[in-house]
Write a protein of this length. Structure first.
Length: 135
């Protein structure tokens, strides 16, 4: 049978931990409770087919921002109405929730993933709309 020297075994464990830690360190997700500022549905398939600008981006993500105010930077996120990361209907459902929040001037909770997206913008994996008493 093959036998490893104890130092070889330690090195394998260290290398394994480095590989695992380096892959998880690059994956970043976060969520925010924010107003929807604008909605975009370009019609040509760009930006995942639809996107929203939220008033406050989650902290610590590698996503482009459009403005900075005391509440934090705002930014655009894609909702994936084209179905790249899920079904088209799910992307459109997120868009509908975001538009309802915009029309009612209510906060939405947006979950953002900076490892996925389109045209340089991060992906919103979830959009939640709560009752006004929750906001």
């Amino acid at each position: 049978p093959l036998r490893f020297h104890p130092e070889d075994q330690k090195m394998r464990v260290v290398l394994f931990l480095l590989v695992v830690m380096s892959t998880t360190a690059n994956a970043a997700t976060g969520n925010t409770l924010s107003k929807v500022i604008r909605v975009l549905q370009p019609g040509d398939g760009s930006f995942g087919g639809c996107m929203i600008e939220i008033g406050k981006m989650p902290a610590g993500l590698n996503c482009p921002t459009t403005d900075t105010d005391p509440a934090g930077p705002s930014g655009w996120v894609v909702l994936d109405c084209e179905g790249k990361y899920g079904s088209k209907s799910y992307g459109n459902s997120k868009l509908n929730l975001a538009m309802a929040g915009l029309v009612m001037d209510q906060n939405v909770q947006v979950f953002v993933d900076d490892t996925r997206g389109d045209d340089g913008y991060c992906y919103a994996s979830q959009v939640r709309l709560a009752s006004p008493s929750y906001n």
